[in-house]
Write a protein that binds this ligand. Structure first.
Ligand SMILES: Nc1ncnc2c1ncn2[C@@H]1O[C@H](COP(=O)(O)OP(=O)(O)OP(=O)(O)O)[C@@H](O)[C@H]1O
Ligand SMILES: [Mg+2]
Length: 320
């Protein structure tokens, strides 16, 4: 259950515009990974490349021995059945009600009868808090509801790999917490490999096993959560702590003068690393490691106060 996704040397341009170059990472089977990056750095393009909707110029994406970047259309059709995808815009069919939208992959890819389809659709609608809204059209509901309907649709085929593009944009903070908990519960239940794109720093601190950061046309860092949350690499530290001081400017990078002016500024200390969010039924996450294990193994002193209940609150999350 759950499969590795091995990306090597991935490069993509649109015409003359290079989006990213030489991206290599492995999404470990059954683990939750998050991809971050300033707007426009190609996170959505990366997700689309992973399911073969966008062809990279170079590199490979290997899933169960098949390279998505070079396989035949027929192989791609088969391998896509492993995926559940929530696109950034929800990508709902505007003329179909939510029920038919969510049922669509089941009708398209399985031979299930309508009564079985109904059970699955209603179960997933319930999971995302949309029971009662089945008959509404996508244009008649709020942006956050559309996101949740898209999530229900991404789940109906019990995917091995879930790609989720900004589940929390347009969601209120309470629903964001519920969705985060839902991801962790689902991960414990179906053991799928997750890749979530988000800008929500609180979620990033407690949800994933691994974090990646796309910046300036490359993958600046990718690794275990504790590695990035304790990192003092300027761009990682700036992004994860939502600071204005650092290499990222309002539009692309800062120039040399701006960076020189910042050189002697004191940065706020790196906040404590919170405990990971746990499945709500009290069982450990499948990929759970002892808090602080990565730091210990790598000789890194975690920020003061890490891995305590207080650290959770210091990082602004109140999930417990
Ligand atoms: N099909 C396409 N053809 C040409 N350019 C594209 C296409 N899709 C995306 N781009 C360009 O690729 C760049 C990266 O876009 P992408 O949507 O992946 O950014 P993003 O990191 O997801 O940003 P955001 O955080 O705002 O969602 C943008 O400059 C965008 O205009
Ligand atoms: Mg995007």
């Amino acid at each position: 259950m759950g499969v590795d996704v091995a990306v090597t040397g991935l490069t993509k341009s649109f015409g003359k515009q290079l989006i990213w170059k030489d991206v290599s990472l492995t999404l470990p089977a059954g683990e939750v990974s998050v991809m971050l990056g300033p707007s426009g750095t190609g996170k959505s393009v990366f997700l689309k490349a992973l399911i073969g909707l966008i062809k990279p110029d170079e590199g490979s994406i290997v899933i169960e021995g098949t390279d998505i970047a070079s396989c035949s259309e027929k192989e791609l059709y088969e391998i896509r059945k492993l995926f559940g995808v929530l696109f950034q815009d929800g990508a709902m069919f505007g003329s179909m009600n939510l029920y038919d939208n969510v049922a669509f992959p089941l009708r398209e890819h399985t031979r299930k009868g309508e009564s079985e389809i109904r059970d699955i659709v209603m179960e997933k609608m319930d999971l995302v808090g949309l029971l009662g809204a089945e008959m509404k059209l996508p244009g008649e509901i709020s942006g956050g509801m559309r996101k949740r309907a898209g999530l229900a649709r991404a789940l109906v085929l019990d995917p091995e790999i879930l790609l989720i593009d900004e589940p929390d944009s347009g969601l209120d903070p309470v629903r964001t917490s519920f969705i985060n908990q839902l991801f962790i519960d689902l991960n414990a239940q179906i053991d799928a490999t997750f890749l979530i794109v988000t800008h929500d720093i609180h979620s990033v601190r407690i949800v994933p096993d691994n974090i990646g950061l796309l910046y300036h046309k490359h993958l600046a860092m990718y690794g275990p959560r504790e590695m990035l949350l304790s990192s003092d690499t300027p761009v990682v530290r700036q992004f994860l702590n939502a600071q204005t001081v650092g290499p990222i400017g309002m539009s692309e990078e800062k120039d040399a003068d701006q960076l020189a002016a910042e050189k002697d500024m004191d940065l706020p200390p790196i906040p404590p690393i919170p405990l990971q969010l746990e499945p709500s039924n009290g069982i450990p996450r499948r990929s759970q490691r002892e808090p602080g294990a990565w730091c210990r193994e790598n000789g890194v002193t975690p920020p003061k106060g890490s891995f305590t209940k207080e650290a959770e609150h210091a990082s602004g999350s109140s999930q417990s």
